[in-house]
Design a protein around this ligand. Sequence first.
Ligand code: GLA
Length: 379
Amino acid sequence: MRSSHLYLLLAMLALATPGCNCRFPAENRGEQAAQPGIHRQDWGMLTGKPVYLYTLTNGKGMSVMISNYGGTITRWTARDSSGQQRNLVVGFDSLSGYLARPPYFGALIGRYANRIGLARFSLDGHEYRLAANDGRNHLHGGLNGFDKKIWEAEELADSIPELTLKYLSPDGEEGYPGNLMISATYRLTDSNALSITYRAKTDRATPVNLTNHSYFNLSGDPGRPVLDENLVIDADHYTPVDSTLIPTGEIRAIGGTPFDFRHPQAIGSRIAEVKGGYDHNFVLNHPAGILSFAASLQDPGSGFRLLIYTTEPGLQFYSGNFLDGKFRAASGQTIGEHDALCLEPQHFPDSPHRPDFPSVILRPGETYFSQSVYRVILP
Ligand code: GLA
């Protein structure tokens, strides 16, 4: 079987989710969900708007907590081999943690995930200027990107717990053209897969690049570096970057380099050869737009494995290089360098300046569509 066929099969298996005979209590304020369904709790008020924390629990006892503040995944728990619940992502248990502006822990990123060089771009003969919030470049949608917005939420109490978040990004917000209506739907299936589907419509041409910025640590202990976790990325190429992390434009073969993750490789095994650590876009082998296998991560201690499937053409692998101990996880540990990592399915950084990269431009009448599935395999 050709590897692309194998990936398609894996992708289909990930989505083949038998329905559960779940009970769905309408609402369960103030306590964590114990039974399958979706539960909402109050999480505070911000600029006069209520902030909620939703717990999606599947029929297998896995829970994912998501806030309508920034579409943020705050906690993702699964049972380890001894039956204990382990949290596989870095997050806080109160809204105040997120208001201190952590580096995008668990957040939904937009209007443009990753960097746009020199914080400006031209489109249809106009130049647009964006906030330079990462040196001279624009990062993750600007000063107040989608990760800092309060989204409207809609819960669906169906056989699979589902939460849809919506946000209207007004024309000119953070310098971007066009009113952009975005929805993000999170579903937690009984095959322990969290699917996030993004859709967007605009009334003026605009770049759009959405992703989720979860920091994974599959040991369940965010105070422990992830350098011994084994990573696979289905990419034969990556995009080298300049000193400000903007792609040079080259699409470079990974063979023989520390970027070769085609077979399981411990993250720490060659990280010393990568100046600053991994913070690079990998060019996924699969045909863009088709939900296919992108990456897997495995922790040798806990035995948890994460499989990522996406429709996106790229995957940003960030090895938590800028984590500096400034923030403490909900469980109390300080989060230092390489204590967690991000695998962000997305279009390539700086695409508005690179006509040869897959296009990120959404035009009136078109619908932006992107789906990523994160499936956890229990030990
Ligand atoms: C992304 C970027 C990194 C860094 C983090 C947030 O993954 O690629 O360079 O900005 O977000 O700290």
